[in-house]
Design a protein around this ligand. Structure first.
Ligand SMILES: C[S@@+](CC[C@H](N)C(=O)[O-])C[C@H]1O[C@@H](n2cnc3c(N)ncnc32)[C@H](O)[C@@H]1O
Length: 230
């Protein structure tokens, strides 16, 4: 029996589980948790952050962009690795962006840094203006359509042969996947859903050339780091 339009929407929803933009809710949720978010980064993301920075090829003197800084733990690593360059960051949540900016100005007063509240789907930067782009644990929170918009924007602002480093939540631990599905259905604006297995294909579709990958575990929390060039 042929599927009606509404049936297609239900099928698509079941497959993707995050079919619509929920950016307004995400912004609110991450504003609310900005004060305690560093704990989550410390326990679950710090090992992958270290690996991502190593793999990124970021060197002092570059123009570096971090997308979705959260409370700024990776941003501080980037500024430390790039004291004579320029490091730009942003996050959808104004409180996250302000916290990141405040801390980095305090810890690295001489460094050229800026962090603002910006939506990854619409970047306020010129074409080819960054040598390297870093993005950790964002795509889980975007609908498939918004992932494409964000990846296209990243591709646009990265210079030719520049490097893009992406960290996603891994899908290689079955028990974790089941727990994540439950968490995501209870609070989709905070957890989103796992997308790691589909990400390489989406990156290729947006004209990135994949150059490296690493799987990381921090306790029970799996991550996958991917590097690509334009
Ligand atoms: C799971 S946290 C990850 C934070 C940080 N990158 C890390 O590695 O710990 C996701 C972050 O993405 C931000 N975010 C969500 N949607 C966004 C969008 N459309 N544009 C920019 N940032 C966004 C949230 O505000 C949040 O701070």
């Amino acid at each position: 029996m042929p599927l009606l339009n509404a049936d297609y929407e239900v099928v698509a929803f079941k497959r993707d589980r995050l079919p619509e933009t929920i950016a307004a809710k995400t912004k609110h949720v991450y504003d609310v948790v900005s004060g305690v978010y560093p704990l989550s980064t410390y326990f679950f993301h710090s090992r992958a952050h270290r690996a991502a920075l190593q793999m990124s090829g970021i060197r002092d003197g570059m123009r570096v962009l971090e997308i979705a800084t959260g409370s700024g733990e990776m941003f501080r690593r980037l500024v430390q690795a790039n004291p004579r360059g320029e490091t730009v960051g942003f996050d959808l949540s104004p409180k996250m962006a302000a916290k990141t900016q405040r801390q980095v100005r305090r810890d690295f007063p001489g460094a050229r840094t800026q962090c603002h509240a910006v939506d990854a789907r619409y970047l306020p930067f010129r074409d080819s203006s960054f040598d390297a782009v870093m993005c950790c644990y964002l795509l889980e929170l975007l609908s498939q359509e918004d992932i494409t918009l964000a990846l296209e924007e990243i591709h646009r602002v990265l210079r030719s042969r520049g490097t893009f480093t992406l960290v996603c939540i891994g899908q290689n631990v079955g028990v974790f996947n089941r727990a994540y599905k439950v968490a995501g259905s209870l609070a989709p604006a905070f957890w989103g859903r796992q997308v790691e297995e589909r990400v390489p294909e989406w990156m290729r579709k947006c004209a990135f050339r994949l150059t490296g990958e690493r799987v990381i575990r921090q306790g029970f929390y799996p991550s996958r780091v991917l590097t690509a060039s334009k």
